[in-house]
Design a protein around this ligand. Structure first.
Ligand code: GLN
Ligand code: ZN
Length: 764
């Protein structure tokens, strides 16, 4: 009999109960035992629901108050020195301090860094290792979960980040970088103690996660896997389920199969079901094979019939040792579809959130072992969803498909090459050298939020709303003129979120009420769902931009979100490949760009902050991605005249390896984040002669600090050492919406003054 299990469940709660409890706790409105109570109710619900739906193995350790990597650090005694003192006081409070940075007496301590969890939008707290890092087991935070789980079941499996991935995720925090791998032997010893503790707790299986196996891993790290598991596996009295996800591990199956492990989990959603044909060549049938076949990262219902067919490949060989699961933890899916009351009824039948996905895992397991007739109604439901989606007019729009099919390369090509455009634009705009601009948004003030909220709640009508936003735009323009910026923006007061705002005005997108997914700590995002062919309903930004431009003699940039970013920050359809979806979005944006141009907006920015984020984990898949995402951007931008200036913006400085693709975007100007990393990004331009204009951010907007004119000057000079001055723009790192005007005003003034001073120096 095949068995079912889950890699992990969302812990935020169906109505974000944990988020609200955490924030109350941080504000001092509830005490720690009240917070613990909320956590315990969420866990209780998760286990009860899994058990009721027929899941065989309950997973413990998937709950976290903030982040599972930080939990692991606490479990292993990896506490940065600046927080060591707090530990004696209260472990959970200190845990929050590491994540959030405030100390008991209210003094600020720099929190640990946070970064993206592989290619997801979840962020983890980066472990900090010192050269002489010691590890000490501390199970105090974990113990309540285990105690509670034991009331539910004696078939327990615990989720644990494996030692090698844990090391890989961390950073060395010494003056000199050191080889983290030298910490491995002692770390493995600590994991051995941990496994003994699990055994004493009556836990049978450990889901030991090594997602780095799905990367192109250097030999030393692969050797570390061998070393760690040779030791851990041969002595352990608990069973080890080596767990991988986010891509295939075909290239490492032979190595992994030699290790003394009891089970292996494969993600056959991200990594492909072909793995099931391959795995039998390596993985013995006497060991557990766990197949992650229900997508843990999207919102679509599983095609149960097709999944059962795919599972046939391993069913006979593994028999009782076959486990069925989700591809990865359900942490990355929204929680409960049944909470949704406003979704289109047909569309709703196509969807599955975490609760529904749990049922799918259980159903597949039953169908596989007891026959398809036992789950006939589930199979029928799934099949009719597939069938209705295939023909639904909600999904398919012939006009859009025809238009997408007739895209030619010419549409992705500006009229002239950059050299020629540059001359035309110089003549047309007469911007000064080192022209100053901002990235788009200005502070989200209370009056802005108030106006948006009242309009949404229908307390004010469209006319009143338009008036309120126009007032905000007026103020933003006035401020910018006073400061003396060269190219202005309208300030984005009408936008809640840079993707949601566009999604709401595009066909093929829908929005949920409660489809929240944890992004970091108590922060959740509610990505739109792309379910059908995308087209523009009507002009989106034109009226606002036209109005803003009417207020100033200076140029005001039009402001759009690019195709790859809209795609990356939405749940995408499964029935159309990403390059096609991106092209559909690009065509809608292209119409918007041309409408802006027609209305006299001839500086247009198309933001792509998520460009780097979608880059596939495997090097072999990266060129293909870069090809289609660059193509989609070009399709959105290339329809304009030579004298229209296209800007783009990105928030990552780590694009050394993809700089040639960035150049291929062929934006006339790119603005990028760089001041936070001391302009590290500029190194890239020593070797790569970036052809177009570029504005490396010289004001770190992530901090409330106001940079002095001298600081900005220094950064401009640094930039000028790497990039010819006549290619340079002067601008902040990113949008200013998280700042307030008291910070923004003086900071931008210093930025403008620094640019002016530098200009004078250059002409002197
Ligand atoms: N134009 C957007 C803004 O200024 C860009 C945001 C981003 O890069 N994430 O807010
Ligand atoms: Zn940005």
């Amino acid at each position: 009999m095949a068995q079912s299990h889950l890699l992990g469940l969302p812990r935020i709660g169906a109505k974000r109960e944990l988020k609200f409890a955490l924030e109350k706790y941080w504000r001092g409105e509830i005490n720690q035992s009240e917070l613990q109570q909320v956590a315990s109710v969420i866990r209780q619900h998760n286990w009860q629901s899994a058990q009721d739906k027929g899941i065989d193995w309950l997973t413990v350790g998937d709950f976290s108050f903030y982040d599972q990597v930080l939990d692991t650090s606490i479990l292993l005694g990896v506490v940065p020195e600046r927080f060591a003192e707090g530990e004696a006081d209260n472990l959970l409070d200190n845990y929050f301090r590491i994540a959030r940075g405030s100390a008991p007496e209210g003094t600020q301590v720099q929190p640990s860094e946070m970064t993206k969890w592989f290619n997801t939008n979840y962020h983890y707290i980066v472990p900090e290792f010192t050269n002489d890092q010691a590890f000490n087991l501390n199970t105090e935070l974990l113990q309540p979960q285990i105690t509670q789980a034991k009331e539910f079941s004696n078939q327990l499996k615990i989720q644990l980040i494996g030692p090698v991935t844990y090391l890989w995720l961390g950073k060395s925090r010494n003056a000199h970088e050191f080889d983290k791998l030298k910490l491995l032997p002692e770390l493995v010893t600590t994991y051995q103690k941990l496994l003994t503790y699990f055994e004493q707790q009556g836990i049978e299986w450990v889901q030991v996660e090594e997602p780095i196996l799905a990367l192109d891993l250097e030999d030393e790290w692969l050797n570390a896997i061998t070393q760690a598991y040779t030791e851990l596996g041969s002595e352990a009295s608990v069973k080890l389920l080596l767990t991988t996800y986010f891509d295939h591990i075909n290239d490492k199956l032979d190595r992994v199969a030699e290790l003394p492990l009891d089970g292996l989990h494969l993600d056959v959603v991200s990594g492909g079901t072909e793995q099931l044909l391959n795995v039998a060549n390596y993985w013995p049938k006497s060991k557990v094979l766990s197949v992650g076949i229900v997508n843990g990262r999207n919102v679509w219902r599983n095609d149960l019939g097709q999944s059962l067919k795919a599972l046939e490949a391993v069913k006979v060989r593994y028999e009782d040792n076959l486990w069925i699961s989700t591809s990865c933890s359900l942490l990355h899916s929204p929680v409960e579809l049944n909470s949704e009351q406003k979704l289109d009824t047909e569309l709703k039948t196509w969807l599955a959130f975490a609760e529904q996905k749990v049922q799918e895992v259980a159903d597949l397991t039953v169908g596989l072992t007891r026959g398809e007739n036992v789950i006939s109604s589930a199979l029928q439901g799934s099949a009719s969803a597939v069938a209705s989606k295939q023909v639904s007019s909600r999904v398919h729009n012939q006009e859009v498909q025809d238009r997408t099919n007739s895209i030619t390369d010419v549409l992705r090509q500006r009229q002239s090459e950059f050299g020629k455009r540059k001359l035309a634009q110089r003549k047309h705009f007469k911007f000064p050298q080192l022209a100053t601009t901002t990235i788009g948004s200005f502070p989200q003030t209370d009056s802005i939020r108030q106006a948006r909220r009242a309009f949404k709640a229908k307390e004010i009508d469209e006319q009143a709303y338009t008036k309120a936003i126009r007032t905000e735009i007026q103020q933003a323009i006035k401020e910018q003129e006073r400061i003396g910026l060269d190219v202005l923006v309208h300030g984005e007061a009408e936008r809640n979120d840079m993707v949601e705002y566009f999604g709401e005005q595009l066909n093929g997108f829908t929005f949920t009420q409660f489809g929240w997914v944890q992004s970091y700590g108590s922060r959740c995002v509610k990505p739109p769902i792309i379910y059908g062919d995308v087209s523009r309903k009507q002009a989106i930004t034109v009226e606002w931009s036209k109005y803003a431009q009417s207020l100033s003699e200076k140029k005001v940039k039009g402001m759009l979100t690019g195709p790859t970013t809209i795609l990356a920050w939405s749940f995408e359809r499964e029935d159309l490949a990403a390059p096609h979806i991106a092209d559909q979005i690009a065509l809608a944006l292209r119409d918007e760009v041309l409408d802006l141009e027609k209305n006299g907006i001839d500086v247009i920015q198309i933001d792509e902050p998520a460009f780097r984020e979608l880059l596939p984990l495997r090097k072999s898949e990266q060129p293909q991605y870069l090809e289609w995402s660059v193509n989609a951007f070009r399709l959105s931008a290339a329809g304009v005249a030579d004298t229209t200036q296209i800007h783009t913006h990105m928030c990552y400085s780590e694009f050394n390896e993809i700089i040639d693709s960035i150049a291929r975007l062929d934006a006339d100007v790119i603005t990028i984040e760089s001041s936070r990393s001391d302009m590290e990004l500029l190194q890239t331009f020593n070797d790569f002669k970036y052809p177009n204009e570029i504005g490396p951010g010289v004001y770190d907007i992530h901090s409330p600090r106001i940079p002095t004119k001298e600081e900005v000057s220094e950064l401009i000079e640094l930039a000028a050492n790497h990039v010819p001055v006549d290619q340079l723009w002067v601008n902040p790192d990113c949008g200013l919406k998280t700042r307030n005007w008291d910070q923004v005003r003086p900071a931008l003034k210093n930025l403008v003054d620094a640019a002016q001073e530098m200009r004078q120096k250059l002409t002197a």
